[in-house]
Ligand binder design. Structure first.
Ligand code: GDP
Length: 365
């Protein structure tokens, strides 16, 4: 399963946020594919469409879909040189599919900042630089091997050599791999290098509990937003402290608390949705009288693979996918009417599943 890693300097609010995640956490019994590990928190993906489908179909139960956040502790300056827990930190980042970078934007005299004052851009650059240096090392090592072959005009080596030098130049300018433009062909080779600064990233700006409503007036947030724009990255504003309080509430209590705060959606819910997108994930639904359920798939997969997410038998014996889009189904008001209107399609093996599809799989046992 794909996972997003939570990173950040010490004392920025990572643990507070991660605790909120595990407390709000999903029951792992529903999600047997999820990892059982204290550093992994399973989150359910909030989805209004699932509520609407439940209203329509009135099933016995409703099950949201879920994915994992991994808590990556212990970045220190000098990680790329293997100081402290540095190496371990980098190898943990290597294993995640996207990065959720928590940045301190709250002022609190009682909580020391590792570099003396709250300065989110300097924080971001500190971590980014460690990742860039680690990538520089990867690329330099690889270059040593490829260079010899490129000199004797080995065709593939020449192509890779050009890519590697382009990356090396970027790293030497302290720019991440994400910022370098490549063709699709080249990107395949870049992916094979498993670079840390090629992973998609978003920034979670952790603001004080009393600043949530007026976060735009927080100068630290403004700076993070400007920086992220240059990095093509999204910024989610969150108060880790508030989230840890929300995590202790359930359904109705949570809604009342959010109303009191004057915010329509909790920061954690926004963070979950944004991270889901960042990972390239999307949702299809199954909707029967027994159960209405959301399923996660990686964008771009075909119908049989999507069926295989429910059960390998579904994929092996796949015949077809009876599919209606969420919008068409809600418009129609029921599956029967959607069928009458010709909105339910019979899709075959080559069908590329779309976000929001409501699917009934037909298969041979
Ligand atoms: P970590 O080192 O990044 O994991 O940071 P922690 O989550 O342990 O937080 C460090 C300290 O900052 C703790 O004492 C938290 O209670 C506090 N903290 C976290 N978020 C906020 C916040 O939004 N406002 C304030 N005032 N304190 C916070």
């Amino acid at each position: 399963a794909l996972t997003a890693g939570i990173v950040g300097l010490p004392n920025v609010g990572k643990s507070t946020l991660f605790n909120a995640i595990t407390q709000a956490g999903a029951e792992s019994a529903n999600y047997p594919f999820c990892t059982i590990d204290p550093n992994v928190g399973i989150v359910e993906v909030p989805d209004e469409r699932l509520d609407k489908l439940t209203e329509l179909v009135k099933p016995k139960k409703t099950i949201p879909t879920a994915f994992e956040f991994t808590d990556i502790a212990g970045i220190v300056k000098g990680a790329s040189k293997g100081e402290g827990l540095g190496n371990q930190f980098l190898s943990h980042i290597r294993q995640v599919d996207a990065i959720c970078h928590v940045v301190r934007c709250f002022e609190d005299e009682n909580i020391t900042h590792v570099s003396g004052s709250v300065d989110p851009i300097s924080d971001i650059e500190t971590i980014n630089l460690e990742l860039i240096l680690a990538d520089l090392e990867t690329v330099t090592k690889r270059l040593q091997r490829v260079e010899k072959l490129a000199r004797v005009k080995d065709k593939e080596a020449v192509i890779e050599f050009n890519i590697l030098t382009k990356l090396r130049d970027a790293f030497e300018d302290e720019k991440p791999a994400r910022s370098v433009e490549f063709t699709d062909e080249q990107l395949k080779i870049v992916k094979g290098l498993h670079l840390l600064t090629q992973k998609p990233i978003l920034y979670a700006a952790n603001v004080g509990e009393d600043e949530l409503l007026a976060a735009d007036q927080n100068p630290h947030v403004t700076k993070v937003k400007a920086f992220a724009e240059g990095d093509n990255a999204e910024v989610i504003i969150i108060s880790a402290k508030v989230e840890s309080e929300i995590a202790e509430l359930d359904g109705e209590e949570k809604e009342m608390f959010l109303e009191e705060l004057g915010i329509p959606e909790s920061g954690l819910d926004q963070l979950i949705k944004a991270t889901y997108n960042l990972l390239g994930l999307a949702t299809y639904f199954t909707a029967g009288e027994q159960e209405v359920r959301a399923w996660t798939f990686v964008k771009g997969i075909k119908a049989p693979q999507a069926a295989g997410i429910i059960h390998t038998d579904f994929e092996r014996g796949f015949i077809r996918a009876e599919t209606v889009s969420y919008d068409d189904l809600v418009d129609a008001g029921s599956m029967a009417v959607a069928k009458e209107r010709g909105r339910v399609r019979l899709e075959g093996k080559e069908y590329i599943v779309k976000d929001g599809d409501v699917i009934h799989f037909r298969f041979n046992v």
